[in-house]
Design a protein around this ligand. Structure first.
Ligand SMILES: Cc1cc2nc3c(=O)[nH]c(=O)nc-3n(C[C@H](O)[C@H](O)[C@H](O)COP(=O)(O)OP(=O)(O)OC[C@H]3O[C@@H](n4cnc5c(N)ncnc54)[C@H](O)[C@@H]3O)c2cc1C
Length: 395
């Protein structure tokens, strides 16, 4: 019997959860998952690979081990989609589909700032986390005083705030002990007049207090004009540095789709209330790549793992049982860890900060990891890093 070819592009939060849910229902689809990597990345914990409180292998999971031959896995880069001919264009060859779900996530947005892509390092992948850590350690081992020991994080959103906290944690907990004469500083640059601008004022205020307490220099209301090899030019002046870390923006992943669908200003594909591209009844987009207008607030959701997960659950139900209720998203909470033992949180209407927020961050994300083996490994590494020094090998 011919089974319909259901192709999922992207093995991230949305793609993996959707494929798992479709399996549970034993649908009459032949499911193929395409990703350029052979593993799933648990992005919320990437930041911990910078400070070394988490091992990079703990937060990735091979797709073939997740699915154990139950679906087809294709490790390939998607180049484009021909909606009229129902074809996915891969780097090598093509793939036919009857039903297509696009979940290719997002990429870094540099806003066309000169030098930003060339001279800053983004925090998007596990490899980025490892490279950042290596650069920081190398700066202490071989760098010259001044520019090499000035670490600048661009972007005061959740990723930038967490990153500044982890960079400072690596320096103050380990490197400063090993290099007591080195004078270093961590600077966080934000273009708005407050950190975590999209969160509640109390949370933003508390995050600012914690960052200041950790001696992270905060530059608010500053625009990045240019990044050079050994400096960064802000609208208020130039700072000499060779270490700029970019956490300032995202846009939806780019693949060539013909005919081209409508997109929003973040390059996300505009979808209808069933996550379909209007005019193409068998093509769905979810996760960071989709611009689904929330009927209540008349705006698209922000790019977040919790949105991608919920959209995947909803679409799986829709594909299995003809579930047609519009998607409604209720934020589960907002959690930001800021270095060791600190953080801010807002959950179920309760706001809390400091150690309880940090503990909640760890507990909730540990629970959210998708494999028991990884949960045990992460819990073990966290425990070890509480009592022993972190490894500062420059790998
Ligand atoms: C450092 C960091 C920390 C984050 N922390 C949080 C957090 O704490 N809480 C939260 O809610 N959200 C967080 N996010 C956001 C969250 O990761 C995303 O919103 C979520 O991953 C979106 O899910 P997705 O399935 O749409 O995309 P992704 O999970 O990014 O998956 C996309 C997949 O597509 C693959 N892919 C992309 N392009 C191609 C191509 N051309 N060909 C083949 N494969 C391709 C990628 O390899 C990837 O596996 C964080 C993101 C980052 C980068």
């Amino acid at each position: 019997m011919y089974k319909k070819q259901l192709v999922i592009l992207g093995g991230g939060f949305a793609g993996v959860i959707l494929a798992q849910k479709l399996l549970c229902t034993r649908m009459a689809y032949d499911v193929t998952l395409v990703d350029k990597n052979n593993y799933f990345s648990f992005t919320p914990m990437i930041v911990e690979t910078v400070s070394g409180t988490n091992n990079p292998y703990n937060i990735v999971q091979p797709l073939r081990q997740i699915f154990n031959h139950k679906i087809n896995i294709v490790k390939e880069t998607v180049r484009g989609v021909d909606l009229d001919r129902k074809l996915v264009r891969l780097q090598k060859g093509t793939l036919h589909y009857d039903i297509l779900i696009m979940t290719l996530g997002s990429i870094v947005e540099y806003y066309g700032i000169p030098g930003a892509k060339k001279y800053s390092l983004p925090l998007r992948t596990v490899e980025n986390g490892i490279e950042m850590r290596r650069r920081i350690i190398n700066a202490f081992e071989t760098g010259k005083s001044g520019p090499d020991h000035t670490f600048i994080v661009i972007g005061g959103g959740p990723t930038g705030v967490e990153l500044a906290g982890e960079v400072e944690g690596l320096i103050s907990n380990e490197l400063r002990k090993q290099f007591p004469r080195v004078k270093s500083k961590v600077i966080l640059v934000e273009k708005n007049n407050q950190m975590l601008v999209h969160s509640e004022p109390y949370i933003s205020k508390k995050a600012t207090e914690i960052l200041k307490r950790k001696n992270i220099e905060l530059l608010l209301n500053r625009k990045v004009i240019e990044i050079k090899k050994d400096s960064i030019v802000l609208d208020t002046g130039t700072i000499r540095t060779t270490n700029v870390f970019w956490a300032a923006g995202m846009r939806a992943s780019e693949v060539r789709i013909v005919p081209e669908p409508k997109k929003d200003k973040m390059n996300r594909i505009i979808v209808d209330e069933q996550f379909k591209i209007p005019g193409h009844k068998d093509v769905y987009v979810i996760g960071d790549m989709a611009s689904y207008i929330d009927p209540r607030i008349k705006k698209p959701f922000h790019m977040a793992a919790q949105v991608a997960e919920k959209e995947a659950f909803h679409l799986a139900k829709q594909l299995c049982g003809g579930y047609t209720k519009p998607f409604v998203f209720k934020e589960q909470g907002f959690l930001v860890s800021i270095g060791r033992f600190d953080g801010v949180a807002s959950m179920l209407g309760i706001k809390f900060t400091g150690f309880p927020a940090w503990f909640a961050w760890r507990t909730i994300y540990l629970f959210k990891l998708r494999s028991l083996r990884k949960k045990i490994r992460v819990a073990y590494d966290w425990t070890i890093s509480l009592f022993y020094e972190r490894d500062t090998s420059e790998i």
